[in-house]
Ligand binder design. Structure first.
Ligand code: 5GP
Length: 190
């Protein structure tokens, strides 16, 4: 998505540890005009899928998922990060290792909101090593719902998450794939 790539080149900042900071437009301050175009683009790419729910993970996926959901006309559900687990059988649960915080979280979703009748689109801001997406895929599997695909705003193609997810046969649509980044250069996959 050219508009997004241009914005990353203009405002993205490369930080040590393979972190791309896009907090001036995507995941701290949010440029709603841009995110609206991102939502439309996800709809265009998944227009052939009978999506009934969009599933994301807190926190930074939520705003993006909500804007996209207006084009799909479906609810958004988000997996919550839980520090201590009170497993009462009413929650789907998976584990996610945070790339940015290097911590392992339990992520939970109420069973009330996802079941075998659902067709799910996963949405998140970044794909790095794939842990967040794999956690969400686990939850979808546990629920018996159909996974239609995953929409990612920025995939870091030099980390292995994208490869893992595609090798699982999941339809993965990333709007910008960064192939390399250094302090003064950033390249995208075509
Ligand atoms: P993964 O689980 O694929 O390793 O990492 C994905 C999650 O880590 C995303 O939900 C995102 O919040 C965070 N993340 C990974 N890489 C980056 C990055 O380069 N920049 C930012 N801002 N967040 C990232």
């Amino acid at each position: 998505m050219q508009l997004l790539k241009d914005r990353i080149l203009k405002d993205g900042i490369v930080k040590p540890g393979n972190i791309l900071k896009v907090d001036s437009f995507l995941n701290h301050q949010m440029d709603i005009t841009l995110i609206n175009e991102i939502g439309k683009e996800f709809k265009r790419r998944f227009a052939d899928c009978p999506i009934t729910k969009i599933l994301t993970i807190e926190a930074s996926g939520i705003g993006i998922a909500c804007i996209a959901a207006q084009y799909f006309d479906v609810p958004v559900i988000f997996a919550k990060k839980a520090q201590s687990l009170n497993l009462d059988g009413e929650m789907y649960c998976s584990k996610v290792e945070s790339f940015t915080h290097k911590k392992v979280y339990d992520v939970i979703l109420s069973k009330k909101f996802l079941g075998p009748e659902d067709h799910v689109l996963l949405i998140d801001d970044f794909l790095a090593n794939g842990c967040a997406l794999l956690g969400l895929i686990d939850i979808v599997k546990e629920s018996g719902a159909t996974l239609e695909g995953a929409g990612i705003v920025i995939e870091k193609g030099f980390q292995n998450g994208g490869q893992k997810i595609r090798d699982m046969g999941v339809r993965l649509e990333s709007l910008a794939i960064v192939d390399s980044m250094t302090d003064d250069s950033l390249t995208f996959r075509d």
